[in-house]
Design a protein. Structure first.
Length: 340
């Protein structure tokens, strides 16, 4: 019989250490025994008999409780002549990482059946960005799209600032677009976005250049099955993208949610919209819809003023007063249609 691979026993011990009901450990007897133990052999026996007991898996404690237990146990060992096991330090490190983790999974039920499953950050700001959570305007824009599927059916959609993908994935699952282009510029957001696209059963096109995208989309046939839209994940920086690259995307509809929240970002967004306007060539201008949560009226009015300044007309699209994807306070969300 082959010897077990190194590390298997350690992983086994960690697994059951994490599931141990810590309150059953006899603290007084343990402390007395540890003070007289010449080495950590007794500790190993305690871990085996107490922490690894099969019945302990029924009552998994919290990460905080496990951290307290491991910390106290290590302190008691360090106060004696016994040398703590490396496994204790490694298990403590794992628990600390677990406590610091802000990662979670969320399922958003769609009114048409099914759901959108997302890996999100539980913190509003994580990794230096706000793009790892789903914001309210994205939920409202998705609900509006579900009530207006004709805007997206059999068309190429470009989403600006896709974040972790809720709106785009919801549209792909319900509105039958021909092609959906998710875009963002933050590396961590793009990585999480790609994982969420795959999590929901879509496979992004292989990483290709803008010119290759232009060629492949130009060759699409009218009879392509829109039940399974072509999905592209693009790194798109509003400031550096060229008109030629935008022309290659051949977008029929452009959408964005919660991208009007900072005066500095507004100017880059306006510049991006101007590039879209001048890059369409002889094609019809794309329809543009931008959903915004009005947190600061001055910032939102600045956006409208900048649109007026460059000659981009806009109108407010009536939206539902409540959103099916929200169960608490309904924010003030407005959807603008822009004419570029």
């Amino acid at each position: 019989m082959a010897e077990p691979r190194p590390g298997l026993a350690l992983r086994f011990q960690r697994r059951f250490l994490a599931a141990r009901p810590l309150r059953s450990l006899p603290w007084p007897e343990l402390e007395q025994s540890l003070r007289t133990a010449p080495d950590s052999a007794l500790l190993a026996d305690i871990l085996h008999k107490t922490i690894l007991h099969p019945l302990c898996v029924k009552y998994p404690p919290s990460a905080k409780y496990r951290r307290c237990f491991l910390t106290e146990l290590i302190k008691k060992l360090e106060s004696t002549a016994a040398e703590p096991l490396d496994e204790l330090y490694e298990a403590l490190a794992d628990v600390l990482k677990e406590e610091e983790s802000t990662h979670c999974y969320k399922n958003y039920l769609l009114p048409t059946g099914g759901c959108v499953s997302l890996s999100e950050s539980a913190a509003l700001i994580s990794g230096g960005t706000t793009g790892l959570v789903t914001w309210e305007a994205a939920l409202h824009l998705a609900q509006w799209a579900l009530h207006n599927p004709g805007v997206f059916r059999d068309r190429t959609i470009l989403e600006l600032g896709s974040g972790i993908g809720f709106t785009g994935i919801a549209i792909c699952k319900t509105c039958q677009p021909r092609t959906f282009i998710f875009s963002d510029c933050h590396p961590r957001v793009l990585r999480q976005l790609g994982e969420n696209i795959r999590l929901n059963g879509f496979i992004p096109e292989p990483d290709v250049t803008w010119s290759i995208q232009t060629q492949s989309q130009g060759q699409q046939g009218e009879g392509e099955n829109c039940q399974n839209p072509k999905v592209i994940l693009a790194e798109l920086d509003w400031g550096s993208v060229t008109e030629t690259q935008l022309l290659g995307l051949r977008a029929d509809v452009v959408i964005a949610a919660d991208v009007v929240y900072d005066p500095e970002i507004i100017l880059a967004l306006i510049g991006m919209l101007q590039k879209l306007s001048t890059s369409r060539g002889d094609r019809k201008a794309p329809e543009v819809f931008i959903a915004s949560t009005i947190r600061n009226p001055d910032t939102y009015q600045l956006f409208q003023a900048e649109l007026d300044k460059v000659g981009i007309r806009w109108q407010t699209i009536p939206a539902h007063s409540s959103c099916n994807f929200l169960y608490d306070v309904q924010p003030d969300v407005t959807i603008l249609q822009l004419f570029i």
